[in-house]
Design a protein around this ligand. Structure first.
Ligand code: ATP
Length: 319
C-alpha cells in the first residue's frame, strides 16, 4: 500500500471534515500518499482529484460541510459511469479508496470493491440510519441543532400558549426526532418506525392542558408525513392554535460538536489502519465505545434497529 484516495459523498454531515483530516494525517504519518476526489463519485467519474498534504486539511476540524465537496452522482449507478470511475482510479495510481458517506455511498463503495478496488467506508450522515454502528458522523451535531431549535420554539410556544409541531430530517427513519425529542422534552414524537393514532396525540394534548401546561411541542420526523398536514388535522380536532416549523437544512449546518469531531477522528484513523492491515470491503463503526468494522454486504443487508426502549421512556417522561 503506497497511495490511497478519499472522497465524501451523499448528503454533507458536520464532522466529515474532521474525518478527512484524520484520514489524510494518519495516512501521511504512516508514509502513504493521499489523493482527494472532489464531489464524491462525480470526481471519480470526471477525473477531478488532487494530492492532499498535511496542510490541505489544516483549519477544517471545526467546519461543517465538507471541503472536498459532495454530490449525488446518478451516473455512478450506470455501468458506463462506474467504468469511467475505474479508469480514473487507475490513472490516479491509488491502491485503495476511503468513502465517507451514507448507505447509498456505501453501496457505491461496495460496487467498487466488487470491481477489485480495495475500499473502506466511514459512516457520515446526520440520519444515523446505518446498521452496525451506534453513531454516524454528523448525527450528534444535528440532534444538538434540533434541541437548540426546540428550546427557542419553547419560549414562543409558552408565551402564546400554542401547540408547535417541529418537522425534522431523517429520511425514512426517526432517529433524529427521537434523540432530539428526548433531549428537548417534546410532548409527542412521531416517527415512521412507530404507528400512531392522531386521537392519541390529541388526548395527550388535552391531558397536558388539564394539568396546566402552557404549550406542547410535537416532533415530526419527515418520513412520517408533512407536519403541515398533521398540524391542520390537529387544529381541526382539538381547536387548539397550532404552528409548524420545518427546520430543513439548518439541522445539517454549523460547527460539529466535540462528540462528532472525536468520532470522526477515531473513524478516520481506523479506516487507514484497516487498509494498512490488509482489511477492505468493510465499513468502520462504533459499538459500546469501541471502534469496529463490518463487511459492506452484512451492514447493507440490515436495517438499523430503532431504540424502542428510548421511545417508551420519552412517552413516559412526557406524561
Ligand atoms: P445520505 O444518507 O446523507 O443521503 P447517502 O450516501 O445515502 O447519504 P445517496 O444519495 O443515497 O446518499 O448516495 C450517494 C451516491 O452513492 C449516489 O449519488 C450514487 O452515486 C452512489 N450510489 C447510491 N446507491 C448506489 C448503488 N446502489 N450502487 C452504486 N452506487 C450507488
Amino acid at each position: 500500500m503506497r497511495k490511497i484516495g478519499v472522497l465524501t459523498s451523499g448528503g454533507d454531515a458536520p464532522g466529515m471534515n474532521a474525518a478527512l483530516r484524520a484520514v489524510v494525517r494518519k495516512a501521511i504519518y504512516h508514509g502513504l500518499e493521499v489523493v482527494g476526489f472532489r464531489r464524491g463519485f462525480h470526481g471519480l467519474i470526471y477525473g477531478e482529484y488532487a494530492p492532499m498534504e498535511l496542510g490541505s486539511v489544516a483549519d477544517i476540524i471545526h467546519r461543517g460541510g465538507t471541503t472536498l465537496r459532495t454530490a449525488r452522482a446518478p451516473e455512478f449507478l450506470e455501468p458506463v459511469g462506474r467504468e469511467k470511475a475505474l479508469e480514473t482510479i487507475s490513472a490516479s495510481g491509488i491502491d485503495a479508496l476511503i468513502v465517507i458517506g451514507g448507505d447509498g455511498s456505501f453501496k457505491g463503495a461496495a460496487a467498487l470493491e466488487g470491481a477489485g478496488i480495495q475500499t473502506i467506508g466511514i459512516p457520515g450522515t446526520i440520519d444515523n440510519d446505518i446498521a452496525c454502528t451506534e453513531y454516524s458522523i454528523g448525527f450528534d451535531t444535528a440532534v444538538n441543532n434540533v434541541t437548540d431549535a426546540i428550546n427557542k420554539v419553547r419560549d414562543t410556544a409558552t408565551s402564546h400558549e400554542r401547540v408547535y409541531l417541529i418537522e425534522v430530517m431523517g429520511r425514512t427513519t426517526g432517529h433524529i426526532a427521537l434523540a432530539a425529542g428526548v433531549a428537548g422534552g417534546a410532548e409527542s414524537i412521531l416517527v415512521p418506525e412507530v404507528p400512531f393514532e392522531l386521537d392519541h396525540v390529541c388526548e395527550r394534548l388535552h391531558r397536558g392542558v388539564r394539568r396546566g401546561k402552557l404549550h406542547s411541542i410535537i416532533l415530526v420526523a419527515e418520513g412520517v408525513r408533512s407536519a403541515i398536514d398533521i398540524g391542520k388535522q390537529l387544529e381541526d380536532l382539538t381547536k387548539m392554535e397550532t404552528r409548524v416549523t420545518i427546520l430543513g437544512h439548518l439541522q445539517r449546518g454549523g460547527t460539529p460538536t466535540a462528540f462528532d469531531r472525536m468520532l470522526a477522528s477515531r473513524m478516520g484513523a481506523a479506516a487507514v489502519d484497516l487498509l494498512r492491515s490488509g482489511c477492505h470491503g468493510q465499513m468502520v463503526g462504533i459499538e459500546a465505545g469501541q471502534i469496529c468494522a463490518t463487511p459492506f454486504a452484512e451492514a447493507l443487508a440490515q436495517d438499523k434497529p430503532f431504540p424502542m426502549d428510548l421511545y417508551e421512556l420519552a412517552t413516559i417522561l412526557a406524561i
